[in-house]
Design a protein around this ligand. Sequence first.
Ligand code: ATP
Length: 466
Amino acid sequence: MKKNILDKEKMQKIVSFCKRKWIIFPASEIYWGFANTYTYWPYGVEIKNNIKNFWWKNFVQARRDIVWIDSPILLNPKTWEASGHATWFNDALTDCRDCKSRFRADHLIENQLEWVDPEGLPFEEMTKIIHKNSLKCEKCWSENLTDVRKFSWMFEMEMWKIWESEKIFLRPETAQWIFLEFKNVLDNTRQNFPFWIAQIWKSFRNEITPWNFTFRLLEFEQMEIEYFIEEKNWEEIFEKWQNDMKNFCKNIWLSEKNFRFFEHSKEKLSHYSKRTVDIEYNFPFWGFKELTWLAYRTDFDLSQHDKFSGQELKFRNSQTNEKFIPHVIEPSFGLDRAVLAVICEAYFEKEDWSVIFKLDPKIAPVKCAILPLIKKFTPKAEEIFDMLKMDFACELDEKWSIWRRYARQDEIWTPFCVTVDFDTLGEWDEPNDAYFGTVTVRNRDNWEQVRIKIKDLKGFLVDKIK
Ligand code: ATP
């Protein structure tokens, strides 16, 4: 059983750091915020894009058996009947009658009762547990909680036709669209079987539990693959994917001690899954919680869409002429949770200057800061900025002392600082010819400084970062 008690103080530190360092801000702040929505600021955008690009390079660009597409958010509402979301994508909620806060009943029970596992319990049972154990509102600590009711995780919208409206939904997962496109890919590309379809884009869920920072958002990005396979191969492919997902986590510098696999028990699997394994990350404010997931979805989704659409969603083996509905392995990465895990991993509280900051250079928001030692050297620094700007995210920083600027860059994990100094421009009374046209490059990880010719700088950074 998983228990996740939130340490609000630790979370507050990360939240304030993200604000102070232009990474993530609460959204709609001028209207006192809007729960479970956040805005990525410049460094946050860079970190997010870097993780996204790395995922894309690894799982899409590096493969030949893959098709990638960018889908609409709104799908034909029949999709959600076929997929089962209209029936199953519900949860149990309870309201506080005093302060009007709303909670997921399973989260409340999980947080306040060590010995109960609420997953899959009927609503009446959860109501009994809440009242019998005098569970409390987690905002005002009142025990005045309502009975448990059903609510849908999907956002409903109305689309107006000429005389009437139709109920449509914001998609709660990216996967369904991929299933709708399966036939098109089969008919219109020359993909050999088995193949994958990948996409990165937004999903939307009616999340009501607050105080989860970017872990539980109303809208979040998923990096998702559906791997269409023959049933007989699923176990081998599942194992391989577990390994690939683990390597991905290691390659964005999540340390192995901080993540683990969590196997869903057979009784608690989703209606479409025969096996599901999460990778959980040890978030400093909760302990281990779901970061990514890997599911064997069987042929459930394609069979349902085959039935509901009346279109045949079968693959025909050209050698044996055998036709079958493919089975599916789904590795799904939550991009926002990956960003949060990377930030938690890289965040160190400084006690003295000996702290070394830790963020993979390929994920760091700024790769290279260019620091003119004095204002007079800014034009040269600008030249260097222009030389590097199309290849690397750079920053030209000329405000405050050089030590404060180093510290500022260290805090946002910039791997290299380039200093334009007196030697660069031969500004000493007795210039050192060997140093003319060179800069110092300081490495964040060991604070070593080397002198490099400006013309060799780009090559040096390519070598170290890419
Ligand atoms: P949880 O149990 O934590 O609510 P889930 O099992 O419902 O998550 P999945 O349906 O497995 O989530 O979604 C796949 C991935 O999408 C998750 O591993 C997670 O990284 C991400 N994800 C899901 N819901 C959210 C959300 N509300 N905000 C941010 N990321 C999310």
